[in-house]
Design a protein around this ligand. Structure first.
Ligand code: GLY
Ligand code: MN
Ligand code: MN
Length: 489
């Protein structure tokens, strides 16, 4: 018994030692990514290869790049978070140099002590084998001479190149080189020839089919993905709640953005799923308002806050619209309740089998009827711009995630986000001007209905007003006056 106990303690010790203290422990596992590759392989046509490239590094200025973000398809299939890599997934086993058989291969950026000192650790090919579970992982500089006879495949599937990618002349294995080498290997038509090629494929290149396959895969979430989505969504809800408590007239849009984003970071969300939209008053009418410059919010205004924490790649997409004063005016409440009723109407039919388009129709019907009753439009069938966007989309590794948009299916994760935006001079009665309301929630489609993932963030006017009466820890977070604190010259 004692011996067994000692053995168990030893195992625990080894496990604890093996855990990397620099990294979180809840990333998707290498087995999960491997299984996703296998699921894609099963969808591939006979005698084909699917090729995926990592996202490009984008330059911000001089020697500073934007924070790197992996391409979601690449992330989904590999878990590799670095740049300058290419992945090949074969339908059938291929014969390697030593007659070994393989059906997937990845080329990644090599270890480089100097570069790693400046820009961070790299997995390298060995780390990719160990930590990401690839049997065949090579340095990207080996791709050029790696012997793959692309002409032997009936189809080479890849997503067409839409982005400009810079060439780092010092790096012969960077993404620019990998794409160029790939284009040469597969006889990719250059420039003018490409438009002809798109219409009449003359060889084995297929730039269309992978989109459908990845939509099918990524549109249905696994339980592991749902766990990460739940975290991203709950963190984002907590951000909304803390802002409701902290909100005061005179705050700036940027400060409000900062409170949300501080909460995201506090809970280890490494990124935003999209630039944060924080619009006071009329700014809320700009659907993707990301300037967030307004220095002082007025007590008469609503503030529309559309933000999503990205947790290990998975993003929430949640909007709350609240009164800066803590109390909705009668007009604000009328518009708010109309948007809420529209959302609830869509929620009623949010279940497997419902066409996506029905969700939109359900929201539009309520909004048009309500706008007519409020005399904002003359007839329910009038064309107008008060509700100018769709209501629903998939969320996941992208805020507008891959997925099919025909009918809802179990384990899809979607948003429902109706809104009404009343710009100046668009209604006869100015009492409506500057009222902009969007309510956006995240849902998981279940076997018989849906689970409201973002219910932690209050949604009714009563619940929002009650939350806004709660004290905030930020009430005591008083910073020095900047002007008085500037160094004197
Ligand atoms: N935050 C972008 C959207 O709601 O779709
Ligand atoms: Mn959305
Ligand atoms: Mn949104």
């Amino acid at each position: 018994m004692k011996r067994i106990l000692c053995f168990c303690l030893l195992l625990c010790g080894i496990a604890a030692f093996a855990q990397n203290p620099n990294m979180p422990t809840d990333f998707l596992s290498k087995e999960w990514h491997k299984e996703r590759r296998q699921k894609l392989r099963e969808k591939l046509p006979a005698n084909s290869v699917a090729v995926f490239f990592a996202n490009a590094v984008r330059n911000r200025s001089n020697d500073v790049d934007y924070v790197y973000h992996q391409d979601p398809d690449f992330m989904y299939l590999t878990g590799y978070r670095e740049a300058n890599a290419v992945l090949l997934i074969f339908k059938d086993k291929q014969k390697g140099i030593n007659s070994n058989l393989y059906d997937e291969i990845i080329f990644v950026q090599p270890r480089n002590a100097i570069m790693e000192m400046w820009t961070g650790r790299r997995l390298g090919n060995l780390g990719t084998k160990e930590q990401l579970g690839f049997e065949q992982a090579f340095n990207n500089t080996d791709f050029k001479d790696y012997n793959i006879d692309f002409s032997s495949f009936d189809q080479i599937l890849f997503l067409d190149f839409h982005n400009d990618v810079r060439d780092d002349a010092r790096d012969k294995g960077d993404l620019y080189d990998l794409i160029e080498q790939f284009k040469t290997k597969v006889n990719y038509p250059r420039k003018d020839a490409l438009s002809v090629q798109r219409e009449q494929p003359q060889n084995n290149l297929n730039t269309k089919a992978l989109i459908e396959m990845m939509n099918d895969l990524r549109g249905i979430k696994t339980k592991e993905e749902i766990e990460l989505l739940r975290k991203a969504v709950t963190i984002s809800c907590i951000g909304q709640v803390e802002v409701m408590k902290a909100m005061k007239p005179g705050m700036s849009e940027r400060e409000v953005q900062g409170i949300h984003e501080f909460v995201f970071k506090k809970y280890q969300a490494e990124d935003l799923g999209y630039p944060s939209i924080v619009g006071g008053g009329h700014n809320g009418c700009i659907l993707h308002y990301i300037d967030n410059y307004k220095p002082a919010l007025s007590s008469k205004e609503l503030i529309l806050m559309d933000l999503g924490a990205e947790y290990h790649g998975y993003t929430a997409d949640i909007t709350r619209t609240i009164p800066v004063s803590g109390k909705f005016s009668p007009e604000q409440k009328q518009i708010y309740d109309l948007v809420l009723a529209a959302q609830e109407e869509a929620m009623k039919i949010c279940k497997p089998g419902t066409p996506f388009s029905d969700l939109y129709s359900a929201t539009a019907k309520v909004i048009n009827k309500g706008l007519k009753e409020l005399n904002i439009i003359e007839n329910e069938t009038d064309r107008h711009l008060y509700y100018p966007h769709g209501c629903c989309h998939h969320i996941g590794l992208a805020v507008h995630d891959r997925g099919n948009y025909d009918v809802l299916q179990e384990n899809m994760a979607i948003t429902i986000e109706p809104g009404i935006y009343i710009q100046e001079n668009t209604t006869k009665d100015p009492k409506w001007w500057g009222i902009a309301v969007r309510i956006e929630d995240d849902y998981l489609i279940t076997k018989n209905g849906c689970e409201h993932l973002s219910s932690y963030a209050p949604r009714t006017t009563e619940a929002i007003e009650a939350m806004m009466k709660q004290p905030s820890p930020l009430d005591k977070f008083i910073l020095p006056d900047l002007e008085k604190t500037l160094p004197k010259n």
